[in-house]
Design a protein around this ligand. Sequence first.
Ligand code: NCD
Length: 356
Amino acid sequence: MKGLMDTSNLTLEQISNMLELAQDIMDNKEKYSDRCKGKKLATLFFEPSTRTRLSFEAAMLELGGSVLGFSEASSSSSTKGESVHDTACVVSNYADIIAMRHPQEGAPMVAMQAASVPVINAGDGGHKHPTQTLGDLLTIYQKFGRLDNLTIGLCGDLKYGRTVHSLVEIMKRYENIKFVFIAPSELEMPNYIKKNLSKDSYRETKSLEEALPELDVLYMTRVQRERFDDIEEYERVKDVYVLDVEKMQYAPSHMCIMHPLPRVNEIAKAVDKDERACYFEQALYGKYMRMALILQLLGLDDAHTDFEISLDADKEMNERVCKNPKCITKTERDIEHLVKNSEFEAACCYCEKEIG
Ligand code: NCD
């Protein structure tokens, strides 16, 4: 199986090759403008998106390839009851590579198992969003010239924000990275992410003002309205953090403000003029990293990077059933329940939630 499900599927060497390739693409656009000639990317988006879908499409077009797909579940056969498995089998006949976004956690993993072409997770529910993270890494690298020795504040919806989950997963592997998780108790970073961090590599606070002075990067996030079961709870927490010009006085002059976008109220528009605001540039870097990823997955990069993924399922535990209501195993027919046994606890291979 080939694809990208999560940043944990990548080695640091692969990431550094990808950063180099993205830099080369930025510097020598002509050299790459025909590389994907005759290749097709399918964007299967079962959930709304502006940046991710358009940047995937722009990436493929700039590489000389073409794109097909759909941008909402209502225009796909899922409305007729088609499974993710079948959709992936069918689309493998029409495209050379698939990018899939889906509201259920682990859906792209089901697609990758069924497809005969590489599959990229373009965001699965509140779980992971590895290609956003690749763009985030390029942004941080462009700003600081390094990916180590940084203090990164993540602020807002750390519970449902899939971008922060993927970012923490990768950044924790670099030297001397400290995280400050800034969230109200309702939106705290989930345990399945924290349990993989050393105790001294992160701290949690509810106060943005208190955290700001020590940060190199501030990663703001939107409260993910669509993931709340209780809309009143969303109303209570939706405007809990608003970064404005006044609060920016507490931030170091070299700090970089990032946001995966879309923004709602969490960054005041006046902050856009601040030199430290990097979020629009960040969206551009995302496109270059997607170009690098597409080339690598199609074997069209000069280094011929290997993207083979094998599932580390523990066959003896596969009888155990995932209890996460947002997991793809709840709706996909005839799915094999795959469980992995980490050193901590048994977890679902699709959504990674613990199975008690
Ligand atoms: C993010 C996402 O879809 O998770 N957006 C994006 O991909 N640029 C963040 C969000 O929707 O809040």
